[in-house]
Write a protein that binds this ligand. Sequence first.
Ligand SMILES: NC(=O)c1ccc[n+]([C@@H]2O[C@H](COP(=O)([O-])OP(=O)(O)OC[C@H]3O[C@@H](n4cnc5c(N)ncnc54)[C@H](OP(=O)(O)O)[C@@H]3O)[C@@H](O)[C@H]2O)c1
Length: 205
Amino acid sequence: MRVGVLGTGKMGTGLGRQFAQAGHEVFMGSRDADKGKSAGAALGGSGGTYAEAAAHGDVVLLTTPWTAVEETLSAAGGLEGKVLVDVTNPFGEEGLNEFPGSSAAQEVARMAPGAKVVKGWNHIFSAIANSTPSFGAVPATVFLAGDDAEAKATVATLARDAGYDPVDAGPLASAKLVEAAAGLVIGLAYDQKLGTDIALLLARR
Ligand SMILES: NC(=O)c1ccc[n+]([C@@H]2O[C@H](COP(=O)([O-])OP(=O)(O)OC[C@H]3O[C@@H](n4cnc5c(N)ncnc54)[C@H](OP(=O)(O)O)[C@@H]3O)[C@@H](O)[C@H]2O)c1
């Protein structure tokens, strides 16, 4: 699969590396083309600008701070027809933004017309993205919310290839629940002092 990553921070490089190690063609996109190139080379892929990453990817990962999402999507250019994975948590200047009747992912969909938006990995700590999704024999769960079944299946394959356990969490309107899951793990990590080497696991029978 061709994967373009928007942002060369902790989540972008961690997930980029995990997808590259799973055999996918990863292109790291940055505001600074040279930074993108070295980030791509460091994980066995390639890199450059946001627009190049968006053009490269059948799947494009949005891994920038919430406050930069609008300018990132605008720099990425047309994302029509692309699968756009929204990894963001909507932290603003005064804490977590709330979207009554909506969610960060639905706002991303509004800002990227024609993209098939799938929410995912926002509740996975960068510590996991930069190490392994395996907890012993058990893989970390990634909840995926999106309206396009094919896009969600594509992202689920990517997740499985990288060692995660993807779970379909329903339509994009359910992204608010997946976003709330991040609030839960952040509280567990910091307020309850469990640290960030934790993940949610869905048990099935
Ligand atoms: N850290 C976590 O554990 C975690 C877990 C789940 C989800 N998230 C979410 O994932 C997103 C990325 O988090 P992160 O921890 O990877 O952040 P990070 O390490 O700060 O990286 C964010 C990247 O976004 C790019 N960027 C574009 N515009 C920016 C701006 N105005 N200011 C700063 N960076 C900008 C930068 O890449 P270039 O310089 O290459 O453009 C930067 O390296 C956030 O929305 C966060 O809420 C984080």
